[in-house]
Design a protein around this ligand. Structure first.
Ligand SMILES: Cc1ncc(COP(=O)(O)O)c(C=O)c1O
Length: 393
């Protein structure tokens, strides 16, 4: 590894050279089954022909102009996102953190428009919203915040899956204007919302006039077996953020808003040099086309359910397995002990997995995986887990 890179990452000892579908090949020509999709980014797998063709074509025409001018592909993408989400308007950014920054700025504008001078956003314990100063403050993980103090003011924290805790905050005079929550916590350990959690937040937001803001950066674009995870509950948010799989690897983020929240940004209130440039929008349009044509949202629901059942079957009664859970192709296996070592063991066997929150094996395979590949992941991971629990060291 180059001495000239900042030491921000603990990298695994592998470098990939090429990919095709669910497969990756390293510089030594070893083949790997990708059950992580670059952390929920490559939902269409690697080198999907529709995305590759769209990018090559666009690169030969126009990469970038500026948001000083009209961008037809951006307008098309906004219309397509409206069609699948029902969210009125979108601001395009380049990453998840930036999409969340836009959401937080909307919350503040909303507060000021209502005469609240120090607007506060309710956020959750164990959440993850990004690495900019505002988004790491919103993040419910001290390790991510440590060293970056002073943090940003205007956030109030409560436990996830606890509507009563949010209601309790509302009774104090604390200038709440919005609630920001991941519908399924990803980095926090694939933690699913209890029945009634999201609809409960929706009801509270309606009662108190707050914005309901959902971070769908990891869960969005079909990952959970619906276009957006909120659609499982029917609790439509006022603001929703996307990134990760929206461009299948081409950096793009989006902050969607509806109703009053969609009207707050005016010329000059926010901006981005690259946000929504022709290349990124062309990639996202190809992603939307492919998700629709190949019916991958329904496929994620069906494949995810099948994998969940297979895992429950294979790991039933195994001492040390606390829970097997998931929604669509977002799967978590929680053990009773730290298990980060499993990542390296899987890699040695040609399988890419992730461990988050120290004890939760997280799987986010591409939505295009076939039944055989899904079963291979279940077989390999179940065997790794059983072997690890017998001999964890
Ligand atoms: C739920 C959630 N929000 C925000 C982010 C930050 O996205 P980015 O790394 O693109 O800034 C992530 C990234 O893992 C995420 O999972």
């Amino acid at each position: 590894m180059s001495d000239h890179l900042m030491a921000t990452y603990n990298r695994l000892p592998v470098t990939f050279e090429r990919g095709q579908g669910v497969w990756l090949w390293d510089t030594e020509h070893r083949q790997y089954l990708d059950a992580l999709s670059g952390i929920a980014v490559c939902g269409l797998g690697h080198a999907h022909p529709a995305v590759s063709a769209a990018l090559c074509d666009q690169a030969g025409k126009l990469l970038h102009t500026s948001n000083l001018y009209g961008i037809a592909l951006q307008q098309q993408l906004a219309d397509r996102l409206y069609a699948v989400s029902g969210m009125d308007r979108v601001f395009f950014a380049n990453s998840g953190a930036e999409a969340n920054e836009a959401a937080i700025k909307i919350a503040r504008l909303y507060g000021h428009s209502r005469g609240v001078h120090t607007p506060a956003v309710v956020v959750m314990e164990k959440s993850f919203h990004g690495r900019t100063l505002a988004t790491l403050t919103a993040t419910g993980n001290r390790r991510i915040q440590a060293g970056y103090e002073p943090l940003v003011s205007g956030f109030l924290r409560v436990p996830y899956n606890d509507v009563a805790a949010i209601r309790a905050l509302a009774s104090g005079k604390n200038d709440i204007v919005a609630v920001l929550v991941e519908p399924v916590q990803g980095e926090g350990g694939v933690r699913l919302p209890d029945a009634g959690y999201l609809t409960g937040i929706r009801a509270l937001c309606d009662e108190f006039g707050w914005l309901m803001m959902l971070d769908e950066i990891q869960t969005g674009m079909g990952r959970t077996g619906a276009w957006f995870a909120w659609q499982h509950s029917g609790a439509q948010p006022d603001v929703c953020t996307l990134a990760k799989s929206l461009g299948n690897g081409v950096p793009i983020g989006a902050c969607l808003a509806s109703g009053k929240a969609a009207e707050l940004m005016q010329p000059g209130s926010h901006g981005s040099t690259f946000g929504g440039n022709p290349l990124a929008c062309r990639a996202a349009l190809a992603v939307l086309d492919t998700l629709e044509q190949e019916q991958l949202v329904a496929r994620a629901a069906q494949a995810g359910q099948a994998m969940l059942e297979q895992f429950r079957d294979r790991l039933h009664g195994v001492a040390g397995v606390l829970d097997v859970r998931g929604l669509g192709l977002m799967l978590g296996i929680e053990l009773d002990r730290p298990c980060t070592a499993l990542v390296g063991r899987a890699l040695d066997q040609g399988l890419l997995i992730n461990v988050t929150a120290e004890r939760v094996i997280r799987l986010l395979p591409p939505l295009i995986l076939n039944d055989k590949q899904a079963s291979m992941i279940v077989d390999q991971v179940s065997t790794l887990v059983r072997e690890f629990l017998v001999a964890p060291a």
